[in-house]
Design a protein around this ligand. Structure first.
Ligand code: AMP
Ligand code: GLY
Length: 424
């Protein structure tokens, strides 16, 4: 059997790595892949990104099923296109992907179905938006309606910052169409967690819990990034909280989408804000897996992912029970010099240790040219350690990082601090 994974990041490397462990698999194609997927003998990079060309490839090569990593092809309708050509693909349709591709769609949907989230209002007129901010005060959160590659959310701690965000999005059009409408919402405080499930339109299969670190620097300082590290499980998500999130957020979302005539299929990722009293609200939906959350989650998955994917595309996820490594997996992202604003390309990478049962390195912004790995993008590697405790997993990851070198590498030294604090 052959499988196709669409994307080129650490998330896609981790998905392909896990799929390739299946004995039933002949080959995993990764389109376009990266330096890490190029090095793995069980994976084949495919230099195609156009969805129609990918569908043709899937037909010609008898690809059994396709898994899509990133949101951009999903929002562009790759699932609609594959299905129209009779191909099996795991991901949401363009319509269902609006849960991520339009913040206004997501907020209206949540309000309509009584799903807990921050109070908000949507604006396209800058005068009205400025007036609303004056009336509300700070802190306040401004979100571009459309996809903005992680640059669309401004958590404004004072009024001036909030007005500047409105100017940037609505008046100066710095984010293009994505910022032509903005959602202004109530500031929520608490601790964030990532809650990711697989959905086949009807049935829901929860993945292991995880937590991400969005800021560039230690102690959650510096600019927001795509994520500088993640671990699984997330101790803040107790069995009680898990049940509550399923009951109050995930089940109503899946049922609500079906009721609205746009059934959701694919990975559904709810970004949660958990307050001090265990109350929980939805910060955002993503219609895909998280990056870097996928890397520690895949490192812990014991069940054959190929079988799970087959159930997912056949609408029988209720038949699946997932088995997880009981250890903690903790991934530390190594990013390029200049990330996130202006990542430097071309630096040579050396010293990545071979995979062991306790440590695996997933690639993102890397390329393999004439046997040499080089930096090609912002987040370069995600080094995942596994251990019986958060501390031991952390130690494995940082031991490996000590051996890895590229000029200007940036990484946090405190990945997992919240989990460590919780365990005393
Ligand atoms: P989002 O893409 O909506 O998840 O926003 C990116 C980040 O901004 C989140 O991970 C939070 O750290 C922060 N954020 C988003 N919405 C809020 C909110 N209503 N209150 C506080 N922080 C928020
Ligand atoms: N790690 C956050 C995200 O994938 O959106």
């Amino acid at each position: 059997m052959k499988i196709l994974v669409v994307g080129s990041g650490g998330r896609e490397h981790a998905l392909a790595w896990k799929l390739a462990q299946s004995e039933r698999l002949q080959l995993v194609y990764v389109a376009p892949g990266n330096g890490g997927t190029a090095q793995d003998g069980r994976l084949v990079n495919l230099p195609i990104t156009d969805p129609a060309a990918l569908a043709q490839f899937a037909i010609d090569e008898h690809i059994a099923l396709t898994v899509v990593g990133p949101e951009v092809p999903l929002a562009a309708g790759i699932v609609n296109l594959f299905r129209a050509r009779g191909l099996k693909i795991f991901g949401p349709t363009k319509e269902a992907a609006q849960l991520e591709s339009s913040k206004d769609f997501a907020k209206t949907f949540m309000q309509r179905h009584g799903i807990p989230t921050a109070r908000s209002q949507t604006f396209s007129d800058s005068t009205e938006a400025h007036a609303f901010i004056e009336a509300q005060g700070a802190p306040i959160v401004i979100k571009a309606d459309g996809l903005a590659a992680g640059k669309g959310v401004v958590v404004a701690m004072d009024i001036a910052e909030a007005h500047a965000a409105i100017d940037m999005m609505l008046s100066d059009n710095k984010l293009g169409d994505a910022g032509a409408r903005v959602v202004i919402e109530e500031f929520l405080s608490g601790e964030e967690a990532s809650f990711i499930v697989m959905v086949d339109g009807k049935h829901i299969l929860a993945l292991a819990t995880s937590q991400d670190h969005k800021r560039l620097q230690d102690n959650d300082a510096g600019p927001n990034t795509g994520g500088m590290g993640a671990y699984s499980p997330a101790p803040i998500v107790t069995p009680e909280l898990h049940a509550r999130v399923m009951r109050e957020i995930i089940v109503p979302t899946v049922q609500g989408m079906a009721k609205d005539g746009i059934p959701f299929t694919g990975f559904l990722y709810a970004g949660l804000m958990i307050d001090d009293h265990g109350g929980v609200k939805t910060l955002e939906f993503n219609c895909r897996m998280g990056d870097p959350e996928t890397q520690p989650i895949m490192a812990r998955l014991k069940t054959d992912l190929v079988g799970v994917m087959e159930h997912a595309v056949n609408g029988t996820l209720d038949a699946v029970e997932l088995e997880w490594d009981r250890r903690t997996a903790l991934g530390v992202v190594m990013a390029a010099a200049g990330y996130p604003d202006a990542p430097r390309k071309g630096d040579l990478i050396s010293g990545i240790p071979a995979e062991t049962p306790d440590c695996v390195t997933f690639h993102a912004g890397t390329a393999l040219e004439n046997g040499q790995l080089t930096v090609t993008g912002g987040r370069v590697l995600c080094v995942v350690g596994l251990g019986d405790s958060v501390k031991m997993a952390q130690r494995q990851a940082y031991l490996a990082i000590e051996q890895i070198h590229f000029d200007g590498a940036q990484f946090r030294r405190d990945i997992g601090w919240r989990a460590l604090k919780r365990h005393g």
